[in-house]
Write a protein that binds this ligand. Sequence first.
Ligand SMILES: [Zn+2]
Length: 419
Amino acid sequence: MLKAYNYTCVERFIRYVQIDTQSDPKSGQYPSTEKQKNLSKIVVEELMAMGVTDAVLDGFGYVYATIPSNTDKQVPVICFCSHVDTAPDCSGTNVKPVLHHNYDGKNITLPDDTTQVLSTNEFKYLKEHIGQSIITASGNTLLGADDKAGVAEIMDAANFLITHPEVKHGTIKILFTPDEEIGKGTANLDIKKLGADFGYTLDGGELGTLEDETFSADAAEITIHGVIAHPGYAKDTLVNALKIAGEILARLPKRQFSPETTDKRKGFVHPVRVEGLAEKATLEFIVRDFTREGLKANTKRLQKIAEEVLQKNPKAKMEFKVTEQYRNMKEVLDQHLQVMQYAEEAYKKSGVKVRKQSIRGGTDGSRLSFIGLPCPNIFTGMQGIHSKKEWIGVRDMKKSVEVMVNLAQVWEKRSSERG
Ligand SMILES: [Zn+2]
């Protein structure tokens, strides 16, 4: 067996994806599935073998580790972070990664399920990988590049920094989280113990993408109280909460304001659950926008629609409750401009064109940003995530490692310039 420090990024990735780390949204445990620790234990062992002596896996499934500074300068502590779990949407058991050398641009039929075919029609980005190596799953499972690509790339960057003492950097923290796919990646994170000033999640897609924005998100709940009566003698008395709920849903705009008809920077309101009886009904919505004002406006608009329906049914009563879910991380990142500036500098140093993007959703990065770790998202190369057609290009994985190594150096270099 190879010593841990001799693995390449691709060798690490191929081993990691074969470990089943699927998380489970229905579990009440932390981590949601114990098997996630199987990968976390391995990365801790490998970090130890590299000489990262403080690497530790805690009871909640978080891995914390430190690459000590090798410079005399005072450099802010930066953290590289990725998640070990894979999505509950698609099986992660018995993943058999397939390495395709020198991809020829033709369709790829996955060996274990020949109905699963990757084509350049479906994935235009595949064309950029002609003549290069790509990795797919075998047809029965997802690949797990989301986010074992991030894990393998961070491990490879750590290994590079440790074996190249001439590359100067400040203290680098490594963080591997469980349960990101079920929205609980930061639930039990000890941010003090981590001890980082700024972070970067390695959980993005195409080469060059750099994400500093997420949605801002609220949940809205409408409860309708109808008036109940014996249906045989209910004339002029009964008010059916289910019918009012239906009317509210019917009045939601269809060509805008909804996820199925919006993209780019447009927000929406999206009913996610209806529950009830004639007497009482509850409607649950998620509300999204990139700005706080937009989010507020979307919520107001929903409330107005509901109130108009209620006005026509004066005997019914309504409660309207809004709960904050998460906020656009750009609000925090704009207060620490160097986090993005240095990342852009590192991309350029690596010969990678920067493509800034917004995420139409939330990430661990948005949660981390608001608990004290401003944290944009760097590309890993992952494509077709949460599906059997998931794949990744080896070129992108290597570039991601290069970006991290350069980023560590940019922080060191800039620290001196500011004295
Ligand atoms: Zn991910």
